[in-house]
Design a protein around this ligand. Structure first.
Ligand code: DPP
Ligand code: ZN
Length: 853
């Protein structure tokens, strides 16, 4: 398959001003009639339309059929010869037939449990009709749907309807990837919103009958998002109606189609009994994310797919700001950084590393990555730190003013900041083009009066980028005195050379630095700190992020030793520091839960590698168990006391305060269970649970302990919830994740035999195969290769059905070079099995190809 390159971008030869679509829906033979109002753009040339898996019935220009020799039809394109086109504007009418039921890729128009729905980002519209399917073609759309389905929806405002038909009109020009259609037996949960200028907007969440009572939280999150975007960014909603539809078969989390967001049901439906606190938090964040796209993505879109971060980085940044405002910024920041490190740093350090704005791709769906999204958001956060909150606000106002209705580039985005601040951001812009995570080394000097801090930056080579340039790195720093007072409050140092020294004069004593406060840049700080200094900062830093960070660094230091020498002793100072933290009355429970948690097994494996070793996943797993057990032993009495005090008899509420208390209680339950071979506290926790959060805190502990009661609990949850897919997903995931690594592969293989393992459903596939490969790390990496074989067998089966989901999970092999020779050989052999497949999708082929390169 061809490599698409940013440097090859050419403006479209023709624009489309308006699109009329008529759908006669049928499960296996849907007719699509399109009428495109086309306008020449770059001079006389052939008109290239995309089209895949379409049956062409007829095509006409200005009402006249085209001669056969005026058309070239391939598997993926329809080309109309230049001399068959009139000079000036023309109308192109096309009739095609498609098969929604046969479309298992969940891209284009497909069916989910009898309901018609669409997914067009990035290139799904071409599976619906012939169209120049690229985001720089923005058109208004009028849509007519004909079918027997009770509900028929499309973008924009409803204009007319009758028995068996409905018409919609979207007045805002949009790219084809934002087109959506839904038809089925749905009910709506309704509300309304009064915008800042006093317009009333109807809000509707469409779900299947029976799910209506699970929409309240999503609706509340939507209204808070709408208000927040008005108050913080001055953005008002622009249609009479905003709709969300929940769909069970969906490749992504959700999709921001204009006026008609389509969501994976797991990010809409919530009630105490089916959703955990984490689910509520994700629903809130994703509802906000998709809603915020209305301005950052829809009104201002991307010129081409290389600019994906223009909408995604900014929209993630905005949803993180929103969630921080709703739930507290310290905890939000820690969660965001944990995720950034777990996914983006790992991506940046391996064969799939790519810049925030990639320069080439084979399949764009493979670039909906942590780098584009999460690092893209970090880059915006740094920009805001560097220019200041006030200039950021002016730049955004100018961005909306200048580019509304346009398809833009990162150059447009940067220019807005340059114009507002009068500074040259050429060097800053390297964050968009240079892949890899910078490593910062730190040197300190103290002469009795002046403290000198020397920072050096270095970025390792990444695929295709051997030489790296210095970046502009904001270093938010404070200095502490030995008694814990702040000698120098937070200041943003700008590191924009390979090495720089910063001087602080007139200090009474040699300070202790607190660097990269709030994680002010997505970098790896390589600073040798003693554990005594870590303990000091853990106790005294005024910056909550660094407070947490120091506990994490301390734990990682101990864990990497434990993972290489199981006999080594655990420093009591660490355990004492954790005990002090637990008892600290000034810390909020959600923060405490994070600070008392241990790093992930992958973090431990990375720490072992940084120390020059080759990590053994099982030894890392055991190291974590041992440290956890030691913490539990040290804090025994206090944990039980606080655990009991946190027992809340009131009804479940999903608010951040209650969720924070539950998360601390869950962490304490985990610790208590380390000391109880019969996990009796976890048993009681489960027996008393009246909500899914409590169930999912206790259940994995029973499964891990191998208790017969786990089987009973799983059986009774199954009996109560076998008709609820979201609960069943959790039921599968808990087993795939918590089964002890020694026999996880067998347990997961057995789960795939379960009659409810509907492997063509992405949520179900991910909750068994995905969770095993990504969240049962030691089990997946078992030395005999059973985990690799299991994943590979299933990827081979899924690829012809759903290439997008297959390619994504194939990323589980991205760290293969971090392991010992034996595991490397096993992973290589399995990847080779995939690479050798006849008819392998270009999605999976690209990912495996890049990992093997
Ligand atoms: N729906 C995906 C998102 O919102 C892709 N745009 O990020
Ligand atoms: Zn998005």
């Amino acid at each position: 398959p061809p490599m698409i390159k940013l440097s090859d971008y050419q403006a479209p030869a023709f624009l489309v001003r308006h699109v009329d679509l008529k759908f006669c829906l049928h499960p296996t033979a849907t007719r699509v009639f399109s009428r495109l109002e086309c306008v020449p753009n770059t001079g006389k040339s052939a008109f290239l339309l995309n089209g895949e898996e379409l049956q062409l019935i007829s095509v006409e220009i200005d009402g006249k059929p085209l001669a056969d020799d005026a058309l070239i039809l391939t598997e993926t394109t329809l080309e109309i010869a230049a001399d068959a086109l009139p000079d000036g504007d023309f109308t192109l009418c096309c009739e095609t037939e498609i098969n929604p039921e046969g479309n298992t890729s969940l891209d284009g128009l497909y069916m989910s449990k009898g309901m018609y729905c669409t997914q067009c980002e990035a290139e799904g519209f071409r599976k619906i009709t012939f169209f120049p399917d690229r985001p720089d073609i923005m058109a208004t759309y009028s849509v007519r749907i004909e079918s027997d389905e009770p509900v028929m929806l499309s973008n924009g405002n409803p204009t007319a309807s009758g028995p068996g038909w409905a018409e919609w009109h979207d007045p805002w020009p949009k790219p084809s990837y934002l087109f959506a259609l839904v038809a089925g037996n749905l009910v709506s949960y309704d509300d309304s919103f009064l915008t800042m200028s006093g317009r009333e907007v109807g809000l509707k969440i469409y779900v299947r009958p029976g799910d209506k009572h699970r929409c309240e939280y999503a609706m509340d999150a939507l209204k808070r998002s709408m208000r927040w975007d008005e108050q913080v960014y001055g953005r008002e909603y622009d249609l009479d109606l905003f709709m969300i539809v929940a769909v069970d078969d969906f490749n992504m989390g959700a999709m921001e189609n204009k006026g008609l967001n389509i969501f994976n049901s797991k990010y809409v439906l919530a009630s105490a009994e089916i959703a955990t606190d984490r689910d509520y938090e994700l629903i809130e964040g994703i509802i906000a994310h998709e809603y915020f796209h209305n301005w950052t993505g829809n009104r201002i879109t991307c010129r081409d797919w290389f600019q994906l971060c223009l909408k995604e980085g900014l929209t993630v940044y905005r949803d993180q700001q929103f969630s921080g405002d709703q739930r507290g910024h310290a905890v939000q920041r820690i969660d965001d950084v944990k995720m950034l490190r777990a996914r983006q740093f790992r991506e940046d350090a391996g064969p799939l590393a790519h810049p925030v704005r990639p320069e080439e791709y084979i399949e764009i769906n493979n670039f909906y990555t942590a780098t584009v999204y999460e690092k893209g958001a970090e880059v915006i956060g740094m920009l805001r730190t560097l220019v200041g909150a006030e200039a950021y606000e002016r730049a955004l106002t100018l961005y909306f003013q200048r580019h509304d209705g346009q398809a833009c580039t990162i150059e447009d985005w940067i220019k807005v900041f340059e114009d507002v601040t009068g500074t040259d951001l050429a060097q800053f812009k390297r964050w968009y083009s240079q892949a890899g995570t910078p490593r910062i080394s730190v040197k300190e000097d103290w002469d009795g009066n002046t403290y000198m801090l020397t920072l050096t930056q270095k970025t390792d080579p990444t695929p295709g980028q051997p030489d790296k340039q210095p970046l502009v790195i904001p270093v938010a720093s404070g200095l502490l005195g030995s008694d814990g007072t702040e000698l120098h409050s937070t200041e943003v140092l700008v590191l924009d050379k390979a090495e720089q020294t910063y001087r602080f004069e007139g200090l009474p004593e040699k300070p202790i630095p607190s660097l990269f406060r709030g994680f002010s840049a997505p970098v790896i700080v390589e600073r040798k700190i003693s554990n005594a200094e870590r303990a000091f900062l853990l106790a005294n830093d005024t910056d909550p992020f660094n407070k947490w960070e120091m506990g994490r660094a301390y734990a990682l230091d101990l864990l990497s030793v434990l993972a290489t020498d199981a006999e080594s002793t655990i420093e009591p100072d660490f355990l004492n520091a954790m005990a002090t933290l637990l008892e600290d009355q000034t810390l909020d429970p959600a923060f405490k839960a994070l600070a008392l948690s241990l790093p992930s097994i992958e973090d431990v494996m990375d720490a072992v590698r940084q120390g020059g070793g080759t990590p053994d996943p099982m030894a890392c797993y055991d190291a974590l168990s041992r440290l956890d057990t030691a913490m539990a032993g040290r804090m025994k009495g206090t944990i039980e006391q606080i655990y009991n005090a946190l027992d809340n008899d009131g009804p479940y509420t999903p608010d951040p305060q209650a969720a924070g208390e539950r998360s601390l209680r869950g962490r304490l339950l985990g610790l208590i269970s380390r000391l109880e071979p019969n996990v009796e506290t976890a048993m009681r926790h489960l027996a008393h649970a009246d909500n899914m959060t409590d169930i999912m805190q206790a259940l994995p502990l029973l499964i891990r302990a191998g208790r017969p009661e786990a089987k009973e609990a799983l059986g009774s949850i199954y009996e109560s919830w076998k008709h609820n897919d979201l609960v069943l997903d959790k039921w599968f995931a808990a087993q795939a994740m918590a089964t002890p690594p020694e026999h996880a592969a067998e347990a997961v293989a057995q789960l795939t035999e379960h009659p409810d393992f509907h492997w063509k459903n992405p949520n179900r596939f991910r909750s068994v195969i995905g969770v095993f490969a990504m969240a049962n790390v030691a089990g997946f990496h078992r030395a005999d290769g059973a985990g690799y074989k299991l994943l590979t067998d299933w990827l081979i089966r899924l690829d012809p059905v759903n290439p997008q989901t297959t390619a994504r999970l194939a990323g589980a092999f991205e760290t293969w070079r971090n392991f010992d020779d034996g595991r490397q050989a096993l992973m290589l052999g399995n990847m080779q099995r995939i690479a050798d497949l006849k008819g392998l999708s270009k999605d999976t082929g690209e990912i495996i190809g890049r990992i093997l390169e």
